[in-house]
Every structure is written in C-alpha cells, then in structure tokens.
Design a protein around this ligand. Structure first.
Ligand code: KIV
Ligand code: ZN
Length: 391
C-alpha cells in the first residue's frame, strides 16, 4: 500500500444485510464458506449476522467468529441490552470482534416506529455503546435512516456516542433516498460540525432503491468517509446494498480521483460472486458490472477489432484482475472479420487464401443472423461445409 493514500475499510455485510434479501437466507455452513472467501479476499470486517435474530443466526455468527482469523468479525445488535449481550457472546472466540449497534434517528422512525422522544433515543444510544464496550473495544454505532435525520440532532448523538466509546460512526442511507451530491455534503458537514469527529472513522451504508447505492457511497468517500459497507453482487434488503466489487474496482481504477485505497485482493471477486449466487440462488444479471458474464465480453466488430489491436481501447480493467480467466470476444452477427479470423487461428485453423476466408465469413454472417452466439463447434462446421445446428 502506498503511503499518500488513506486506507478505505471494506466492511462486508453479505451475511447480514445481504441475507435480509427476501429468499436469500443462508445456513451456518454456507455462511462459513462465504466468510472464508471474504477473508481470502482480505475484507477488513465481515458482518456475520444478527446474533439475536434466531438461534441459528447466533450459531452462525459464533461459527464464523471461530473460523475466520484474518478479518474482524462483527454482529449487528439493536441498541438494547439483550441484543448486545447476545452479540458479545456470539463473538467471544473471535480473533478480532466488533459489535455494531444501531438506533433510528430520523423524525419519521423515532415518531412512528420507535415511538420515542429524541432525548430518549440519544440516552439509549449512549447506553448501548457503553454496554457494547464491555465486550469489545471495537464498537460501531449506526444512526439508522441517518440520511433523513435532522443535522443538529445527528451532531449531538454522534458526539455523545464517540465520547461513550464508539470508534466507527455509520450514517446509512437506509431507504436509498440519498442523492450523491447531497449525501456526500452531509458527511462533510457532519465531520466539520462534530467537535470530536477526529476520534472516529466515518462509514457509509447505502441501499439501492434508486440505483444510487454505489454512487452515494463513493460520494461519501470523497467527503471524508473511510469505511464502506457493501455486499457481494449488491445483495441486500429490497433493491440491495452497494456492491463490494463496484466500490473496490471504482476506487482502484480511478486512483487518480479517490484519495483512498483498499487492501482487497480483487482476484477473488468473481469466484466469491459465483459462490454467493449459487448459495442464495440469486443469479447475477449478465450485464452486471465486474461480475456479470458480459462484463468483459465484446460482440461488435468495431469493439473486437479495437480490443485485438489494443485491449485498452474498450477495456478499463483487466478481466484477470477481478478473477475471470480472460476477456471474451463473443462471435455473433455484429462481429467482424478480425475477430472471426482470430478465433479460427486460436483453434489452429489458418486461411492462406483470402477468397477462402471470405467465403467462410459470408457463411458465418448467414448463420449469425439465425443464432444469438456462434460457438467453436459452429466455426468447425462452417469450415467442414456441414450445416451448423441452429439453437
Ligand atoms: O440500512 C440500514 O440502516 C442498516 C443498519 C442496521 C446499519 O442496515
Ligand atoms: Zn442496511
């Protein structure tokens, strides 16, 4: 890691917020398998679950805490004693643990959901942090629905929980309502206004209801945030959370812009994405950034020709750097001569005679009009002069 950049802490919540995606619940063994992959990827903090949610989730947090050695293991807990005690018990054997406690701070949540006065919320938050500190010296406090909370109230509660011992302050965009400029500016103001803000790391946690979770998270980073909470494949409540792979690769690819770097070994991203998809049964859309099957595939002739001449004409990242074997030139009706000839050469078929290749290329185009994709066996059939099967 170079010295002129701040470290960006990657907090993965696939096993907690990701699991809150309807239909994505995971068994203890599945959580352990994913946690091991996250550890290999060098994720800083793994939120393994919500220990009080069920006996199974308690056991899962406990098992992940025992299995993982190189990442910090975290459990979520509402800002109430029983939740925090349960989280503390589940994390007892962790090499490095964190309790993540939260309470809602927005007027709408305090009035209707909690039915509490702001002063009581503040008192409960402070008590929760003090209780959590009895189990671990690493306590994170989240202001749920923070992006819709009153600034002055947030400043007071943040100052108080830092004084009570919280080392990380998370201001989530719980309902995905934030807009990048506004959400980033909120962090700037908070950090400037809270007198002891230098005693804590500020964190972002964004939901994707308007498709802005990654943009909001990155805007927060530009405004002083040094921890991003995210999930593999963007799994999470409703429309999901900010996706880990997009955050990590945005920061890495635009080093010229971001004042931070992560310690993630990105070559584990694709295998981890596949594991999460197969365990949860949530397919990854083909055009998903970084981990979608088409993320490094080129079909149009112009793009294929460019990539064959110089990869960076149409690629801003290397497929291998995120765990794909290689990029892919997909042969179809938009493909040009250069890509078709290159694929034949890879298959060991060379055309000495331009006329012979022209004939094959014409047949290729005819077939491509009938099929989505032309595979190697189709190319062989074209050369052999046999009719290639259509779909
Ligand atoms: O979205 C949210 O506000 C949360 C908190 C519990 C951190 O998931
Ligand atoms: Zn969330």
């Amino acid at each position: 890691m170079s010295t002129n950049k701040d470290k960006l802490v990657i907090f993965d919540t696939t096993l907690r917020d990701g699991e809150q995606s309807p239909g994505a619940s995971m068994t203890k063994d599945e959580k352990i398998r994913i946690a091991r992959m996250l550890e290999r990827m060098r994720v800083d903090v793994i939120e393994a679950g919500f220990a009080i949610a069920s006996p199974g989730d308690f056991e899962a947090v406990q098992a992940v805490a025992e299995a993982v050695k190189d990442s910090r293991v975290c459990s979520l807990a509402r800002a109430v004693g029983p939740d925090i005690i349960r989280a503390g018990e589940a994390l007892k054997n962790a090499n490095a643990s964190r309790i993540h406690t939260f309470i809602a701070t927005s007027p709408i949540h305090m009035k209707y959901k909690l039915q509490m006065e702001p002063e009581d919320v503040l008192r409960q938050a402070v008590e929760a942090v003090k209780t959590a500190r009895q189990f671990t010296d690493d306590v994170e406090f989240s202001l749920e629905d923070g992006s819709r909370s009153e600034p002055e109230f947030m400043y007071r509660i943040i100052e108080a929980v830092i004084n009570a011992g919280a080392g990380t302050i998370n201001i989530p965009d719980t309902v995905g309502y934030g807009e990048p400029g506004e959400y980033g500016a909120m962090f700037k103001r908070v950090i400037e206004s809270v007198p002891n803000s230098d005693k804590a790391i500020f964190s972002t946690h964004c939901h994707n209801d308007l498709g802005l979770a990654v943009a909001n998270s990155l805007s927060a980073v530009m405004n002083g945030v040094r921890q991003v909470e995210c999930t593999i494949n963007g799994l999470g409540e409703r429309a999901g959370n900010a996706s880990l792979e997009e955050i990590v690769m945005a920061v890495r690819t635009r080093q010229d812009l971001y004042p931070v770097e992560t310690q993630i070994d990105a070559t584990h991203i694709v295998p981890t994405s596949r594991m999460v998809s197969s365990i949860t049964g949530f397919p990854v859309q083909p055009n998903k950034a970084i981990v979608g099957a088409n993320a490094f595939a080129h079909e149009s002739g112009i793009h294929q020709d460019g990539v064959l001449k110089h990869r960076e004409t149409y690629e801003i990242m290397r497929a291998q750097d995120v765990g794909w074997g290689h990029n892919r030139l997909v042969l179809g009706k938009h493909s040009g001569r250069a890509a078709v000839r290159a694929r034949y050469e890879e298959l060991g078929i060379h055309f000495e005679d331009a006329g012979e290749f022209q004939l094959i290329f014409e047949r290729f185009k005819e077939l491509a009009d009938k099929k989505h994709e032309i595979f190697d066996e189709d190319l062989h059939s074209l050369v052999a002069g046999v009719e290639a099967p259509v779909e």
